[in-house]
Design a protein around this ligand. Structure first.
Ligand code: GDP
Ligand code: MN
Length: 397
């Protein structure tokens, strides 16, 4: 589950990470109130107005702007609220901005220049350990840095048994070229950030930029936070931050009925039981010249109601030209699944307009095939994997 920047900062702050302070607003008057409130604590009329959408690169698209007084704040808040923000990470049509974060300006002048760093915490899947990835080249496209000057990106891996050791935090601060008060504050920042990552069961933190202010404080200016969905039962406070308007509506619906569904770009819908078989089926579709339109694991109980729900979800995607049902009857008998498919089809009447390829293998597969073949509906049955692939190919060509 992805969080908005303001929510991510709230989670970080809860674990003692210093963040750029801000107040979220959904209207211009809320934005002005927020601005006044921040000015009371900072004494500055300068604010940064930041579009809250689930995509990065907002600065490049005009979604992050500096306001130097209350009038500018009003104008900029009005410009950004409701705008269709296009960034390198949004779909081509952009994303609508429903909320903005009014934040304190932390790039104020002082004894030294503010300096932007990059820092993320994530799982290194090849070593099975969490790592902190960081660079002196923050604020800009980290992908470009990784591409052109990879030696400027450092990794620090954390032993799961020991956790982050203080010397590792000091190493990060040292490699970032810090000294004095900024060095000390960076070690505190890194420790708190790692504590927050583990404590919130996150799968990704990306803080770009981490700022060294002109008076040597270390602050998270941006926060991209992804929390592991499987841990949300432990974090009701975080789960309640979910913004459904940012999520794929079909995936939201699937989650509500307990189906494991991921929307994809292809033309062949698939309904499968078991994640492994689902992956194999997607490969099969690709081999037969199609592209999977979705990943859908209906799970162990493929009864008529579930099959029908799954059908309806797949058919919401106008790109679907054929549906491949590939179910292994182990715990659930194939004949029951077959009956479920036929009943679902019956219930849906004219809704199904695309060919459906059905492959049922396992307990009572022969009875199942008979049910499918004699149903009188537009089914193509297949027994072998290759046969199913050939039927898919015929259906979409
Ligand atoms: P992103 O473009 O979506 O990654 O959004 P960020 O939150 O990273 O902000 C983009 C850029 O806005 C940063 O790299 C900074 O250069 C700038 N910015 C952010 N906060 C402030 C601030 O308080 N003052 C000033 N002057 N610039 C800021
Ligand atoms: Mn950023």
């Amino acid at each position: 589950m992805n969080l908005h920047e303001y929510q991510g900062k709230e989670v970080l702050a809860g674990f003692g990470v210093t963040v750029q302070r801000g107040v979220v607003a959904a209207t211009i008057s809320e934005a002005l109130q927020a601005g006044k409130k921040i000015t009371e604590t900072t004494g500055s009329e300068w604010h940064i107005v930041k579009a809250q959408i689930h995509a990065g690169g907002r600065g490049k698209g005009g979604g992050v702007r500096l306001a130097k007084n209350i009038n500018e704040l009003e104008t900029i808040a009005g410009d950004i609220l409701g705008m269709q923000l296009i960034t390198p990470q949004t779909p081509p049509e952009g994303k609508k901005v429903n909320q903005i974060l009014i934040a304190e300006d932390v790039y104020y002048p002082g004894a030294s220049e503010p300096k932007e760093f990059y820092m993320s915490v994530l799982l290194n899947r090849s070593t099975g350990r969490n790592m902190i990835m960081y660079s002196t080249e923050g604020g800009m496209d980290i992908e470009a840095v990784a591409d052109k000057t990879p030696h400027l990106i450092f990794n620090e891996e954390i032993d799961p048994a020991l956790g982050l050791i203080p010397f590792q935090a000091r190493k990060v601060a040292f490699n970032l070229g810090l000294s004095g008060a900024a060095f000390k504050d960076m070690t505190k920042f890194v420790s708190a950030l790692y504590r927050a990552y583990v404590g919130s069961d996150a799968s990704l933190f990306e803080i770009n930029p981490v700022l060294k202010t002109s008076d040597d404080r270390i602050i998270a200016v941006d926060a991209k936070v992804t929390i592991d969905d499987n841990s949300l039962f432990k974090h009701k406070d975080i789960e309640s931050m979910r913004d459904l308007s940012e999520e794929n509506p079909v995936e939201v619906e699937a989650r509500e009925v307990g189906l494991n569904y991921v929307d994809l770009d292809g033309n062949v819908g698939c309904m499968v039981n078991g994640a492994g078989l689902a992956m194999a089926t997607m490969d099969l579709i690709k081999q037969s010249g199609g592209e999977p339109a979705n990943f859908l694991d209906v799970g162990g109980t493929a009864d008529a109601a579930r099959v029908e729900t799954a059908f309806r979800l797949i058919l919401k995607d106008p790109k679907v030209k054929a549906i491949l049902i590939n179910i292994f009857g182990g715990i659930v008998r194939c004949d029951r699944v077959a009956q479920g498919i036929v009943d679902a089809y019956k219930n849906m009447g004219d809704a199904v307009k695309v060919p459906i390829i059905v492959r049922l293998q396992g307990t009572n597969a022969d009875i199942a095939k008979k049910i499918i073949d004699t149903s009188g509906f537009n089914f193509l049955s297949a027994t072998a994997f290759q046969e199913a692939a050939d039927r898919v190919q015929e259906a979409i060509s």
